[in-house]
Design a protein around this ligand. Structure first.
Ligand code: NAD
Ligand code: ZN
Ligand code: ZN
Length: 386
């Protein structure tokens, strides 16, 4: 079959790979009908997450069940499903306590309690390096999906692929961040990053009753998308306006009730900032998180879904303490929220597909990675068809 294969940083190829096979009786083989490129794929593309072997990319995908293992009871050939990027077994301690990202079963080679940089990671993720289980991803014609009775979510026929594809990641990721932050009616939510995750967070924050939703991003074309449908009430380009000052001005000097970091370690940096990060042996930067800590009010909540993959020594613990900040971060608890989110889509409360800027055939993915990475051609979200 054909797939998008990571060879080394900045080298994605469309090529032949062996067809996936059932490996356990709880596996499902899926024929992929739609798949997308995520900001998280860029961390691999840019070499922030190391991967030594070639790997089929992709953790945002959906399709039609082609084959089921003997132990799968809830799915049959022909079912149409969307797949969470988090691989959860459904029966270990963490899965039983609604922490699917902590699954003790899905990443046998590299799982552990420590959460180190190169070992003892969390549960398995599709197409996200050997650190997270070495699973082949869904930017492919076919993909093996483990624990077929647990992850795949059945999709009603009256909804198109575009409408539901983002249940695989960006929609539940944004919702996880807002749920962690316990957003309440009338609150001010500042969202750093107006990429796909930030844009979903803006929509959902409004749905949860936030009265002010402030979008922060250095790309004006993405801020335009943020305000296009009225999802963001205010937009700030941090290269033109100090976001901390602007957010305080909008909140009687106090700061936002909630700040969401939907950027992570690959935030845009000046040459000086890059040099400083290199001297301190830090992969990427924690600058957005630091800005969020300043922009949140005392006793406010900071939720971090932007990915960080290394240690940073500039974290201002004194500020964290003095301001009584609550912070929560990590991979999204996709499985916990997807039924509710599907309900939002069906009832028309949320529309996710209006952020798609590029629809391509999968063979064109190597070029699309380049465009999405460089933020060219007004690229927001690339969806492809195998
Ligand atoms: N935790 C999870 O489970 C999970 C799931 C999906 C994605 N993610 C992560 O979320 C982040 C965003 O993903 P995406 O797909 O939207 O990626 P993206 O790269 O399209 O978006 C990132 C956005 O951040 C903006 N940005 C850069 N520097 C900034 C700054 N200083 N201040 C404000 N904005 C800045 C960029 O211009 C861009 O629009 C990535 O780190 C991705 O890995 C995490
Ligand atoms: Zn993703
Ligand atoms: Zn588990």
């Amino acid at each position: 079959m054909k797939a998008i294969v990571f060879h080394k940083p900045n080298d994605m190829r469309y090529e032949n790979v062996p067809d996936p096979k059932l490996e356990a009786n709880t596996d499902v083989i899926l024929r992929v009908t739609s798949t997308a490129i995520c900001g998280s794929d860029l961390h691999i593309y840019n070499g922030y997450f190391p991967q030594v072997e070639n790997m089929v990319m992709g953790h945002e995908f959906m399709g039609i069940v082609e084959e089921v293992g003997k132990g799968v009871t809830k799915l049959k050939k022909g079912d149409r499903v969307v797949i969470p990027f988090v691989i959860s077994c459904g029966s270990c301690w963490f899965c039983n306590h609604d922490f699917p990202t902590g699954c003790e079963t899905s990443n046998p080679a590299n799982y552990g309690p420590e959460g180190g940089i190169l070992k003892e990671k969390g549960g398995g993720l599709f197409g996200f390096t050997n650190l997270y289980g070495g699973y082949s991803g869904g930017q492919a014609e076919y993909v093996r999906v483990p624990f077929g009775d647990i992850g795949p979510q059945l999709v009603p026929d009256d909804l198109t692929d575009d409408q539901v594809l983002f249940l695989s990641d960006i929609l539940p990721t944004a919702y996880t961040a807002l749920k962690w932050a316990e957003v309440k009616e009338g609150e001010t939510v500042a969202i750093f990053g107006s990429g796909p995750v930030g844009l979903m967070a803006q929509k959902l924050a409004r749905l949860m009753g936030a009265s002010k939703v402030i979008a922060v991003d250095p790309l004006d074309y993405r801020l335009a998308v943020a305000s296009r449908n009225g999802h963001a009430t205010h937009t700030i380009n941090p290269e033109k306006t100090d976001p901390v000052e602007a957010i305080r001005e909008l909140t009687s000097g106090r700061g936002a009730d909630v700040c969401i970091d939907a950027v992570g370690m690959e935030a845009k940096r000046t040459i000086l900032e890059k040099a400083s990060n290199i001297i301190h042996m830090q992969g990427g930067t924690s600058k957005v998180l630091e800005t969020a800590m300043s922009a949140v009010r005392r006793s406010g909540r900071v939720s971090v879904v932007g990915v960080y993959g290394t240690k940073y020594d500039s974290f201002n613990l004194a500020q964290f303490f003095d301001k009584n900040i609550t912070m929560k971060m990590g991979q999204a608890w996709v499985q916990n929220f997807n039924d509710e989110l599907l309900g939002f889509i069906r009832s028309g409360k949320i529309r996710a597909d209006d952020i798609i800027s590029h629809r391509i055939a999968m063979k064109d993915a190597p070029k699309a990675y380049e465009i999405f990475n460089k933020k060219e051609d007004n690229c927001v979200k690339v969806v492809m068809t195998p």
